[in-house]
Design a protein around this ligand. Structure first.
Ligand SMILES: [Zn+2]
Length: 367
């Protein structure tokens, strides 16, 4: 404090509590208990911006709306409730205004507004309701089909037994196709976690063609084992990221390591896994909690994965149609394929790609 220049002191606000000291901004980690329906939960809020008075007799601490929002989010995480930004992104993903979301859910618009602004904590039942809406387009369609008069519609949630029959029918259909081949590996240009992660992390602020593309290409060509997250993680250990990528910038390598660690912990091994994982709003926030992964990079990961999911989606849906098992949503198609894969004893991503190959190679016309 003694070293502080006069001009700096003048830019600091006077403490409203004592009227003597100056308020100094700092960023702190706060730990506080929160009562979760009788059980005490310890909340840890990181990077909370506060201002403290430098008068030792006062030492009052002040904080504003930014700190309040960070604390609210920390409480949400501690209670395993959706955060305000997660709730907003569920609504925005459906491309609905708050008013339209109210019509869909019958949750009051003021309530939705307060949740999204972090002024009100949703109860666990409402939290689950929101998660159901986020989980499946079928559930959204079900709510849309409820109509104005409140007549209950047909439950759109899949009948698990019926779906198992459909998966068995799909497996039988695949077994009966003479020209259908289960691929033994996935094409390098299609599913390569190492390439996706390197692309996503390196691209920000550099020339893509000359800086990113050659490194991604080389990784795909030289390191097939990096198709899985754990394979890529091994390479980050040995030979290490600097040698692997001919890259010396510490900041991006740090982000790459953190991202890889997070995905390993989440058991995200393939791009199919990653696509499914990243489609959940709270996981997007987890991505963005990594230092160096900003909104833009998180969106870019979506695009990197989404571009492929569209192609896969179309082929999967057409294949299911051919099998007489038309699916009404991406999720339903995915569940069917995954369950059929289990029945066929192959990995879902391998079956996905086998179907993709089958549909795109034209081999089916010879069948
Ligand atoms: Zn003071």
């Amino acid at each position: 404090m003694a070293m502080q220049s006069r001009s700096e002191a003048e830019t600091l606000h006077r403490c409203p509590a004592c009227g003597v000291g100056r308020l100094h901004p700092k960023v702190v980690t706060e730990r506080f208990p929160y009562d979760d329906d009788g059980a005490e939960v310890m909340v840890v809020a990181e990077n909370v911006p506060v201002e403290t008075c430098d008068n030792p007799k006062c030492a009052e601490e002040f904080s504003g709306p930014v700190a309040a929002a960070i604390r609210h989010e920390a409480i949400c995480r501690a209670l395993r409730l959706l955060t305000p930004s997660e709730i907003r992104s569920i609504r925005e993903r459906l491309d609905l205004t708050q008013e339209q979301f109210t019509k869909l859910t019958r949750i009051g618009q003021a309530t939705i507004c307060r949740w999204e602004r972090g002024r009100l904590l949703q109860n666990p039942a409402m939290d689950r309701y929101l998660r159901l809406i986020a989980a499946s387009e079928d559930n959204v369609r079900f709510l849309q089909g409820q109509g104005q008069n409140g007549t209950p519609g047909t439950p759109a949630a899949p009948n698990p037994e019926g779906e198992t029959h459909r998966a068995a029918a799909l497996a039988a259909y695949i077994r009966g196709l003479p020209a259908f081949e289960i691929v033994t590996s996935i094409d390098g240009n299609y599913a390569h976690m190492g390439a996706t992660l390197v692309d996503a992390v390196l691209q920000a602020g550099v020339k893509y063609e000359t800086v990113v593309r050659p490194r991604v290409r080389r990784l795909i060509d030289d390191y097939p084992q990096a198709r899985t997250t754990s394979g890529f993680a091994q390479l980050l250990k040995n030979p290490g990221p600097k040698q692997l990528l001919s890259w010396s910038g510490e900041r991006k390598l740090r982000a790459l390591a953190d991202l890889t660690t997070l995905l390993l912990r989440e058991q995200v091994e393939s791009e199919d896994d990653f696509r499914a994982w990243v489609s959940k709003p709270n996981n997007v926030d987890r991505l963005r909690s990594i230092k160096g992964i900003k909104k833009k990079t998180a969106d870019y990961i979506h695009i990197l994965l989404g571009r492929q999911s569209v192609a896969v989606d179309r082929h999967l849906l057409n294949f299911l149609k051919m099998a007489g098992l038309e699916a009404h949503s991406y999720e339903e198609a995915h569940r069917l394929i995954h369950e059929a894969a289990g029945l066929l004893g192959v990995q879902p991503s391998i079956l996905d790609h086998s179907i993709w190959r089958y549909m795109s190679s034209g081999v089916r016309s010879k069948a």
